[in-house]
Design a protein around this ligand. Structure first.
Ligand SMILES: Cc1cc2nc3c(=O)[nH]c(=O)nc-3n(C[C@H](O)[C@H](O)[C@H](O)COP(=O)(O)OP(=O)(O)OC[C@H]3O[C@@H](n4cnc5c(N)ncnc54)[C@H](O)[C@@H]3O)c2cc1C
Length: 462
């Protein structure tokens, strides 16, 4: 492609900003990033409280976050944040140690079995599911893998046939059952469901294992984590500052028209002309949202195939509260509540997070899911009430809520569409209308997968 191609990037989150970085590194300098809000970072949102930044969105990374590491190198920054740690409580607020055999004598046989299954699962992923860990979902439904291996920072291109990969369209619980490793769900659930990515009986295994590949999951288990003192938003603020063309904030895109090989974007009342457009913002939002976010099909001259395919996308209703507590009510550490990570406890507190261990004058953040595929959605206010009640049960009552949001979170498709080749159909449309689709739904809803997808998109098409 001509290096002077005029490229419009919609969205100044990790996907959009990293697309800008990778384009620039490849010699494309004629790009414009349009961001609707007055800040960059998207779901990496780190507001300030009592002089320190806390996390309303993304919190942590792991050493296999290679694309995030690219960004750190580009900007000369590093992961310099507080060390995380956590403990566990049951739904009655009692501290438990579910993985400690000495404290759970009756559970020893189950724990031993789990350990065996963990080993087996690691081996299966390497052998039976060879190729499972490339970024994105291209070819999976057809039993192929095609992408860049994520097992080392080199990210070598790999490609091949593996019919077993078709199993990845099964809901994760069925996938585990098929492979005789049901108990590993007790491990995977912590960094999966409590992080807002849905329940194992509804989410295709492809999402689960591509995000929580064996190495990444073990990093979570061993608390081998990265954080950033000034928050995850700082990574993207820094990237924005280092780009030749920082994002244009407060850009309201009214419409996008694609005709005669050109892309006409009406932004803040003016028409701008581009050659190509990369969409990292939501492609489809099935309901009206109070935050005003819309799917691209609502402001683009969306074609029938775009409308048809993107209408299959659903997302999680993941709610975050930042609360103050009295010093005596402040939790000593972050807590996971496994009892609440099941669909029949929808809307309850799944995890609460103490970021700063050296002081009690900082906020605690709480996390709850209120949607499950086959259950009625819990209304926002009801969920909020339940979470505040749960904090009391946990003996860490809140005195005040200082910040809150209900996030458009983890866009994905369900098993039937995954198995029907949704990803291959969308991948086949890349570039068709001078339009490229990136962002979370194309890979997974975390900072690294989404930035990595942008890297590969630039590699493949620019
Ligand atoms: C509570 C929470 C916890 C999380 N924890 C982690 C974690 O620990 N580790 C991790 O790696 N990830 C975590 N994530 C996920 C991570 O933040 C996201 O996956 C990542 O930010 C996705 O990047 P993105 O650029 O694809 O989308 P987003 O971050 O959503 O960015 C999209 C951008 O597009 C903009 N936009 C939307 N519509 C338009 C429009 N019409 N025109 C212009 N701009 C538009 C938005 O304002 C936004 O800035 C968490 C997220 C949340 C909310």
């Amino acid at each position: 492609m001509d290096k002077n191609t005029r490229i419009c990037i919609v969205g100044g989150g990790p996907a959009g900003l990293s697309a800008g970085m990778y384009l620039e590194q490849k010699g494309y300098e004629n790009y414009t990033i349009l961001e609707r809000l007055d800040r960059v970072g998207g779901k990496c949102w780190s507001p300030t409280y009592n002089g320190r930044r806390y996390e309303m969105g993304a919190i942590m990374g792991v050493p296999s976050y290679y694309a995030v590491h690219d960004v750190e190198e580009f900007c000369g920054i590093t992961h310099d944040g507080p060390k995380l740690n956590r403990n566990y409580k049951n739904r009655q607020g009692k501290v438990i140690e579910p993985f400690e055999p000495k404290k759970n004598l009756l559970k020893i046989p189950r724990l031993l079995k789990m350990k065996k299954q963990l080993k087996k699962f690691g081996e299966l992923l390497e052998t039976k599911y060879k190729g499972y860990d490339v970024n994105g979902h291209r070819g999976v439904a057809e039993g192929r893998y095609d992408g860049f291996s994520q097992t080392s920072a080199k990210r070598e291109p790999i490609k091949g046939e593996n019919p077993n990969l078709k199993d990845l369209s099964l809901p994760f619980n069925e996938f585990c059952k098929l492979n005789g490793v049901e108990l590993i769900q007790d491990i995977w659930i912590g960094p999966y469901t409590s992080f807002g990515y849905g329940y194992f009986d509804e989410i295709p295994a492809g999402y689960v294992v591509k995000y929580l590949d064996f190495q990444t999951c073990m990093n979570f288990v061993k608390i081998n984590l990265w954080t950033w003192k000034n928050g995850t938003q700082y990574i993207w603020e820094q990237l924005n500052d280092h780009l030749k063309h920082p994002a244009r904030l407060n850009s309201t895109i009214e419409s996008v028209e694609r005709k005669d090989g050109k892309v006409y974007v009406t932004v803040n009342g003016k028409v701008e002309e581009y050659d190509k457009i990369i969409v990292t913002a939501p492609l489809y939002i099935p309901n009206k949202r109070t935050d005003g976010q819309k799917g691209m099909v609502d402001y683009f001259d969306a074609r029938e195939d775009e409308k048809e395919l993107f209408s299959k996308i659903d997302y999680e209703r993941y709610d975050v509260l930042a609360v103050e507590t009295k010093p005596e009510d402040h939790p000593e550490i972050s807590y996971y509540v496994f009892d609440n990570m099941v669909p029949d406890r929808l809307g309850h507190l799944m995890v609460y997070y103490r970021r700063w261990r050296d002081t009690k004058d900082q906020v605690i953040t709480t996390y709850a899911l209120r949607k499950h595929k086959n259950t009625e959605e819990v209304p926002y206010e009801e969920c909020r009430k339940m979470v505040l009640e749960d904090l009391k049960t946990m003996n860490n009552p809140a005195s005040n809520v200082v910040n809150e949001w209900s996030v458009y979170y983890f866009p994905h498709v369900f098993s039937k569409d995954y198995a029907d080749g949704w990803y291959d159909k969308v991948e086949a449309m890349q570039g068709k209308y001078d339009t490229y689709y990136a962002g979370e739904v194309m890979s997974f809803g975390d900072m690294d997968e989404t930035a990595e997808y942008s890297r590969e998109l630039v590699e493949r098409f620019f």
